[in-house]
Design a protein around this ligand. Structure first.
Ligand code: HEM
Length: 411
């Protein structure tokens, strides 16, 4: 009889543990966070997949410790015992977000700082006034496409397109070139047979603008990266472009969709549509507080036996950033959050904290503002609680946001 290989996953290791994807799929994940906290405290055992355990860090203070103590908690998945021993198979759906990558996201220490400096430099050089105008044009262009119809799906026809087109413009891909990149990305993430072709064409488009700017610098993010001395090879430039676009695309889409959903359903924000008190930034902040775009963020890997939130963590174990849970940690938040509160960790913190908070807010703010300005009388045609999420352990991506509004044929 063949011995059972050690690599076989043992679902018994996670018996009784909650699956991360069950939390993100729940109508209100905070119900689960409250139950987990009551049972385990701020650092709770959960399952990434049946047989693959992880720690979910739900405390505000514990999360800050996790992301700041880089010498104890690494970002590099090669330090994950279940990855090294192949308990997580090579074709696991966890791969794209968790397996090792030679880019800024998977690097620690000096190597991380080297790859991160060009991103910070590029973001700091953005002309925000010009960007606001460009993003407004993108938003207006998309709304022109459906304004006369009197109805739209604000996820697929709007929130999903705005961040990519806005970012493409910042990389020097305007107009049709931006739409080409959007089509390539849609093919890449679609499950159809054009997925591989989409990947090639996505990188092809970015490679081509990189090569152009290397020879003839312009005034955009591509030039800032292509001419930065810390990036040693053309491929590092390309990977930095890919990382920025892929890190910004889905997160900003979710932020826009959730904020629109909230403004169209929550009375406090709906009043704003009729000249009330709370504005778009309040709604954007409220979303970051209790339903941030990255509900759960992978990951850190313990480099040594240690302790967090009173839990013993063994070397090689994986910890997930419970960003949504920290927004309602009772140790920090007492009572209802006040409007405009930014006491959340939606952007994470420490060396890997999001480098693009300012442009991301600019994109999301402009996207929400343009809908409210262009489509007066807009309302949701379905209760948001009836709308499903794309299954994922990491995000709560509304599959659609159907709306109606008085048709605007002049658009
Ligand atoms: C213009 C849009 C955006 C861009 C270009 C962008 C870019 C990035 C990049 C490159 C990183 C990796 C940084 C590193 O590892 O050093 C990152 C991390 C991150 N970003 Fe963003 N991002 C954008 C929007 C957002 C939004 C809207 C959110 C949510 C509010 C968000 C939340 C995060 C989080 C939680 C991390 C991970 C931090 C960690 O691992 O500790 N980002 N982002």
């Amino acid at each position: 009889m063949n011995p059972i290989p050690r690599q076989v996953r043992d679902p018994g290791r996670t018996d009784g543990l909650l699956l991360l994807s069950d939390i993100t799929a729940a109508p209100d994940p905070h119900v689960h966070y409250r139950q987990l906290r009551a049972r385990y405290g701020n650092v709770a055992p959960v399952a990434l997949e049946p047989g693959v355990p992880a720690w979910l860090v739900m405390g505000y203070r514990e999360l800050l410790t996790l992301v700041r103590q880089e010498h104890v908690f690494s970002r590099d998945a090669r330090n994950w015992a279940d990855y090294r021993s192949r308990i997580v198979p090579a074709d696991s759906p966890l791969g794209p977000m968790m397996f090792p990558r030679d880019n800024v996201i998977g690097a620690d220490g000096a190597e991380h700082r080297r790859l991160r400096a060009p991103l910070d430099h590029a973001v700091a050089g953005i002309d925000l006034r010009a960007m606001r105008r460009a993003v407004k044009d993108v938003c207006d262009g998309l709304i022109d496409g459906f304004a006369a119809r009197g109805r739209a799906d604000l996820v697929t026809e709007y929130a999903q397109a705005v961040p990519l087109l806005a970012l493409a413009g910042q990389f020097g891909l305007h107009g049709a070139a931006g739409h080409e990149l959007l089509a390539a990305l849609a093919a890449l993430f679609g499950s159809g047979t054009d997925s591989q072709a989409g990947n090639r064409s996505f990188e092809e488009i970015l490679r081509s603008v990189r090569d152009q700017r290397t020879h003839r610098p312009g005034d955009d993010l591509t030039t800032a990266l292509a001419t930065h001395p810390a990036l040693r090879t053309p491929d590092e430039v390309l990977q930095s472009m890919v990382v920025m676009i892929s890190a910004g695309q889905e997160t900003t889409t979710i932020w826009i969709a959730r904020t629109l959903a909230r403004m169209l359903t929550d009375d406090r924000f709906a009043a704003q549509l009729r000249g009330g008190r709370l504005g778009i930034d309040d709604a954007l902040d409220a979303v970051l507080q209790d339903e941030p775009p990255m509900t759960h963020m992978p990951a850190r890997y313990a480099l040594a036996d240690t302790e967090l939130g009173g839990r013993p963590i063994a070397a090689g174990e994986v910890l997930i950033l419970g960003l949504a849970a920290t927004g309602t940690d009772p140790a920090v938040h007492t009572g209802t959050p006040s409007p405009g509160s930014r006491a959340h960790l939606a952007w994470s913190a420490g060396p890997h904290g999001c480098p693009a908070r300012v442009p991301a807010r600019l994109i999301a703010h402009t996207a929400v503002e343009t809908v409210l300005r262009r489509l007066p009388g807009i309302h949701l045609t379905e209760d948001t609680t009836a709308i499903s999420y794309r299954p994922s352990p990491w995000t709560r991506f509304l599959s659609q946001l159907p709306v109606r509004f008085p048709p605007n044929p002049g658009a």
